[in-house]
Design a protein around this ligand. Structure first.
Ligand code: ZN
Length: 113
């Protein structure tokens, strides 16, 4: 499974497309396809047919997935869209960090004890 540079609940900045410049929270990632779903970004309208008695048909707006390479992580420390790097800490932990300010974003893999 390919690893993406962003993951669920990340705050990301959109680099291209009709929502360029927007930021939003990652709702879903699909590492196999390299696509992400970002809150409020790439809203698509879908026409739903009524199903059963209780569900109405109509137009539903929802997020459409975008290519993960079109988003950048917004660093929680420096608040800038930043490139992320990965590195090993002295204790063997693998972490994701912000290349702009050096802040460690999260731990990818815990140190073996
Ligand atoms: Zn930063």
């Amino acid at each position: 499974m390919a690893k993406l540079h962003v993951k669920k609940d990340d705050q990301v900045y959109v680099l291209t497309g009709k929502d360029t410049g927007k930021t939003g929270k990652v709702l879903e990632v699909d590492p196999d396809k390299g696509r992400v779903l970002v809150e409020g970004v790439n809203i698509v309208t879908k026409h739903k047919k009524p199903r059963g008695r209780n569900q109405q048909g109509g137009i539903v707006k929802q997020e459409g997935s975008i290519n993960a390479s079109n988003v950048m992580l917004v660093c929680s420390k420096c608040k800038k869209p930043s490139k992320t790097g990965r590195k090993f800490m002295e204790n063997g932990e693998k972490v994701r960090y912000c290349k702009a300010c050096g802040e460690i974003i999260d731990t990818i893999r815990q140190a073996r004890t």
